[in-house]
Structure formats: structure tokens, C-alpha cells
Write a protein that binds this ligand. Structure first.
Ligand code: NAD
Ligand code: MG
Length: 343
């Protein structure tokens, strides 16, 4: 079992005298910058020239500098840019300013695990990865809580990289909720696997295929939408609150018998074999190479697949039905209001 670390285990002195640069002011960037500032840490935000986030960050009381100036001042640099952009920004603005004893931090291990960024040996490399979106990292901190974090050390030049990562996790509120030590490889590989197989890829394909099956059989799309997409939230909330057993306790016996006797036919031996193939592509770096090549060549295939998804009938019927249930998107608007901006 993993050891879970809390505020009492963190030594704030490790980060108290550091000059922190947060690069990027998006989902994670705004949350880390504001939480660190309110925890009394010396923080500045590094943004590219003409960034539309500059005003927002300044109005929030943060010091905003160019990427290069922020890196020149800082001795702890946190990369909160899109994973596909980090290597270019690192080469242009970060690497020229790294000195012995500095620390390079990440919120996801992608660039380190797949060797897109390799810091000089005399620099600490660590990860503080909140297990939740940035707006929750911010909101829970303001409310006195926090989002659990994974921390990892990629390179321990000073002998204190792990203590520094824990102190950082504490200063953004993570140690109130719990901090677990991992490695760059474990965090990156499990994160990619989770989003591809279960949380995003697996789930959207399951919902869409179920919807299509009902529509092709002649059932009304509205009924198919409620059944295959809308009700999912109720089931997921029960699993989140009470586990799979608790969810099964709440559904009818008929639903539970269908679950127990049919689930294995959907996620069958072939599906499990494909899960292993996807994991192998992640571990070998094939997925990372494919995604970096796609992103660097203009994202043509990515955008085409995204547009296909947006044009699917489930989106049209869903938009109509949700427009009659405005309370559903009101929750989302409050989420957007607390999250950072792009640019
Ligand atoms: P984001 O897309 O919300 O924000 C990225 C920021 O970088 C924006 O301010 C954007 O304008 C800026 N930016 C984009 N391209 C740039 C460039 N070329 N040069 C300079 N600035 C640029 O990203 P995010 O979701 O906050 O992700 C940041 C990191 O945090 C990633 O490593 C991600 O994997 C990790 N992470 C994200 C989440 C999450 O829920 N969003 C959770 C855990 C970890
Ligand atoms: Mg994740």
C-alpha cells in the first residue's frame, strides 16, 4: 500500500525561500499561482508575448513577466503549458536560465518520461500532479481543502528534490487532501492509460455505440440519449460516493442482474487484449511519438476526428434536450467562472 503524506509531513521551509515561476495561466497555472501566492510563496507568472491571460493574472494580483524574464528570476520553474508545447518553450526560454540547484517542476510526466525534455544533471526535476482539474485545485484551496496530489522525483541533484515537491504540494493545498509518492513513469503511463481506455476513449466509445445501437434498432434518439448518456452521471456519482457495490445496492435487482450477467460480454477477452495493446503503445513511447508528430504537423487528423464527434447525432439531440434543462449547464458555468483563461 502507498504511504499517504499530509500537511504534518511537509516542511514548508523547503519552499519558503524559493523564487517560483509558473509558466502558463490555464487550468492548472492560475490555480497553482494563486494558491502559492496566498500560501506566502514568492511567485511570478511567465506568459508568452501578447498573452490574453496577462490582464487576468495581473488583476488577480500576480506579477506577470515574459517567459524568459520569469525563468531568469526564478529558481523553481513549474511547467504548466500544454504537454505538446513544453519542449519548445523549454529549449527557448527555460534551458538558457537553468543553474545548478534550480528546480524544474511538472504537473504531468509526459515530457520527462518520453525524453522530450532532459534537464542538466545539476538541476532537480520533480512532479506535483494534482489529481483533479485546475478549477478544483483553486476552489478547494479557497474553501480550506485541497485536491490530492501525486509527487515524484525525476532527478535529485540537491538531495532535497522530494522534500521540495512535498512542500510545493502542501503550498497549493494538496497535502490537506493527501500526497502519494510515485514515479514519472508510473504517473505518465497510468494517466495516459486511464484517459485512453477508461475515462475518455473507452467511455465516449461505449456511450456512442450504445446510442447508435438503439437508434439503428428504431428507438427514438431522445430516449437513447437519456438512457446511454444522461443517466451515466447518476451511476457514476453512486460509484464515486459508494463504490461499485454501493451503486449496485442502489439500482434495481433487474438492473443489477443485467450488470452482473452481461458486462463481461461487452468488456470481453478481445477488449482486454486491446487494453494490453494500448498499454504497450504507451509504454514503448509509440503513442507519445504519434501525438507529438500529429501536434507538430498542424493537428489535421486530430481536428477532423474532433469535428466528426461534434457532428454526431448524439450531440444534436443532446444539445436540444439539455437546452430544456438549463440547471444542468448552470453548474458548468460556475466551474468556468472559477477557471483560468487560455492564451
Ligand atoms: P491549459 O491548456 O489549460 O493551459 C496552458 C497554458 O499555456 C495557457 O495559459 C496557454 O495559453 C499557454 N500556452 C499554450 N501554448 C503556449 C506556448 N506555446 N507558449 C507559452 N504559453 C502557451 O493546460 P493545463 O490543462 O493547465 O495543463 C498544464 C499541465 O498540467 C500539463 O502538463 C497537464 O498535463 C497538467 N495537468 C493538467 C490537469 C488538468 O486537469 N487540466 C490536471 C493535472 C495535470
Ligand atoms: Mg489524468
Amino acid at each position: 500500500m502507498a504511504t499517504v503524506l499530509y500537511e504534518k509531513d511537509a516542511d514548508r521551509a523547503q519552499i519558503a525561500n524559493r523564487k517560483v515561476a509558473i509558466l502558463g495561466y490555464g487550468s492548472q497555472g492560475h490555480a497553482h499561482a494563486l494558491n502559492l501566492k496566498e500560501s506566502g510563496i514568492d511567485v511570478r507568472v511567465g506568459l508568452r508575448e501578447g498573452s490574453s491571460s496577462a490582464t487576468k493574472a495581473t488583476e488577480a494580483g500576480l506579477r506577470v513577466l515574459s517567459l524568459g524574464d520569469a525563468c531568469a528570476e526564478a529558481d523553481l520553474i513549474m511547467m504548466l503549458l500544454p504537454d505538446t508545447e513544453q519542449a519548445d518553450v523549454y529549449a527557448a526560454y527555460v534551458a538558457p536560465h537553468l543553474q545548478a540547484g534550480d528546480a524544474l517542476f511538472f504537473a504531468h510526466g509526459f515530457n520527462v518520461r518520453f525524453n522530450l525534455i532532459s534537464a542538466p544533471a545539476e538541476v532537480d526535476v520533480a512532479m506535483v500532479a494534482p489529481k483533479g482539474p485546475g478549477h478544483l485545485v483553486r476552489r478547494t484551496y479557497v474553501e480550506g481543502g485541497g485536491v490530492p496530489c501525486l509527487i515524484a522525483v525525476g532527478q535529485d541533484a540537491t538531495g532535497h528534490a522530494g522534500d521540495l515537491a512535498l512542500a510545493y504540494a502542501d503550498a497549493i493545498g494538496g497535502a490537506r487532501a493527501g500526497v502519494i509518492q510515485t514515479t514519472f513513469a508510473e504517473e505518465t503511463e497510468t494517466d495516459l492509460f486511464g484517459e485512453q481506455v477508461v475515462l475518455c476513449g473507452g467511455l465516449t466509445s461505449l456511450v456512442t455505440a450504445g446510442f447508435e445501437t438503439l437508434c439503428e434498432a428504431g428507438y427514438q434518439p431522445e430516449v437513447a440519449y437519456f438512457e446511454c448518456l444522461h443517466e451515466l452521471k447518476l451511476i457514476v456519482d453512486l460509484m464515486y460516493e459508494e463504490g461499485i457495490g454501493g451503486m449496485r445496492y442502489s439500482i434495481s435487482d433487474t438492473a443489477e442482474y443485467g450488470d452482473l450477467s452481461r458486462g463481461d460480454r461487452i468488456i470481453n477477452a478481445d477488449t482486454r487484449a486491446e487494453m494490453k495493446n494500448i498499454l504497450a503503445e504507451i509504454q514503448s513511447g509509440a503513442f507519445a511519438s504519434e501525438w507529438m508528430a500529429e501536434s507538430r504537423s498542424g493537428r489535421g487528423r486530430f481536428l477532423a476526428m474532433e469535428a466528426d464527434g461534434q457532428n454526431h447525432p448524439i450531440e444534436k439531440v443532446g444539445a436540444e434536450l439539455r437546452s430544456m434543462m438549463p440547471w444542468i449547464s448552470q453548474g458548468r458555468q460556475s466551474v468556468q467562472a472559477t477557471s483560468g483563461g487560455q492564451g
